[in-house]
Design a protein around this ligand. Structure first.
Ligand SMILES: C[S@@+](CC[C@H](N)C(=O)[O-])C[C@H]1O[C@@H](n2cnc3c(N)ncnc32)[C@H](O)[C@@H]1O
Length: 194
C-alpha cells in the first residue's frame, strides 16, 4: 500500500498533537507593515496556520488552505479561541490552485510546488502581494526536507515568478559567518503592479 502525501501529513499532524500557537513565517511577521489595511488573503499549505492567524488579526478577510484536515481542525480551534474569523478549506492546492485575480495577499511558507507558481502570480489582484518563504538547497544546517526537489536552487524563486516586481528578497546561502543571520530558507515578497 502506498502512502500518499495527504496521508503522510495527516499522520504527522495527528502524531504531533499540540495546541502550541503556530507562528507566522518571518517573511510575513517581519513585514507586516507592507500589508494592506483590508482585502482578501490566503495562507496556502497553511498547516496549523501561523500565517493565517497573523493575517486575520491584521484585519484581512482570511482563508487558509491545506489538504490535512487535522491541521485545519487545530487552526479552527485556535482561531475560535482568539475570536478570529478564518475560512479553513481542505483542498489540494496543486490540483485546485487559487483562481485568477482572487486575492490581495497570498502567503506560502515551507511548501514548494513549482507547477503552481504561474497560478500564484495570476491569483493576485492588482497591487497584490505574494509572501513566500521556503527551504534552499544551499544551507548551513540539515533543517527542512531531505528531498532536493522540495528545496529552491540559488535564486530560483526569482526566476519562477517573473511576472511580479520584487519588493524583498533574502538568500544568504553559506556566506560569511554562517552562525549569524537568517539561513537555510529563502524569503521573497513580490508585488503585482496595478
Ligand atoms: C511543512 S508544512 C508547512 C505548514 C505551514 N505553512 C508552515 O510554514 O508551518 C507543509 C504543508 O503543506 C501541506 N500540503 C502539502 N501538499 C499539499 C497540497 N498539494 N495541497 C494542500 N496542502 C498541501 C501539508 O499538509 C502541510 O500542512
Amino acid at each position: 500500500m502506498t502512502v500518499n502525501g495527504t496521508d503522510r501529513w495527516e499522520r504527522r499532524y495527528r502524531e504531533s498533537q499540540t495546541m502550541q500557537r503556530p507562528q507566522a513565517a518571518a517573511v510575513l511577521a517581519d513585514h507586516v507593515h507592507l500589508l494592506p489595511a483590508s482585502g482578501a488573503a490566503v495562507d496556502l499549505a497553511c498547516g496549523r496556520g501561523g500565517n493565517a492567524l497573523l493575517l486575520a488579526a491584521h484585519g484581512l478577510q482570511t482563508q487558509a488552505w491545506d489538504y490535512a484536515a487535522t491541521a485545519l481542525q487545530d487552526l479552527e480551534q485556535l482561531a475560535a479561541a482568539e475570536q478570529l474569523a478564518i475560512d479553513c478549506q481542505c483542498r489540494n492546492i496543486v490540483e485546485s490552485p487559487p483562481a485568477a485575480d482572487s486575492f490581495d495577499v497570498i502567503v506560502v511558507s515551507h511548501f514548494l510546488d513549482r507547477t503552481i507558481m504561474p497560478a500564484l502570480a495570476g491569483a493576485l489582484r492588482p497591487a497584490g502581494l505574494l509572501f513566500y518563504q521556503t527551504f534552499s538547497c544551499t544551507a548551513v544546517s540539515d533543517a527542512g526536507p531531505n528531498n532536493p526537489a522540495y528545496r529552491l536552487a540559488d535564486n530560483e524563486l526569482l526566476q519562477l515568478l517573473p511576472q511580479l516586481q520584487v519588493v524583498h528578497y533574502h538568500e544568504a546561502g553559506r556566506l560569511g559567518d554562517s552562525s549569524h543571520g537568517f539561513r537555510d530558507r529563502v524569503q521573497y515578497i513580490g508585488w503585482r503592479r496595478p
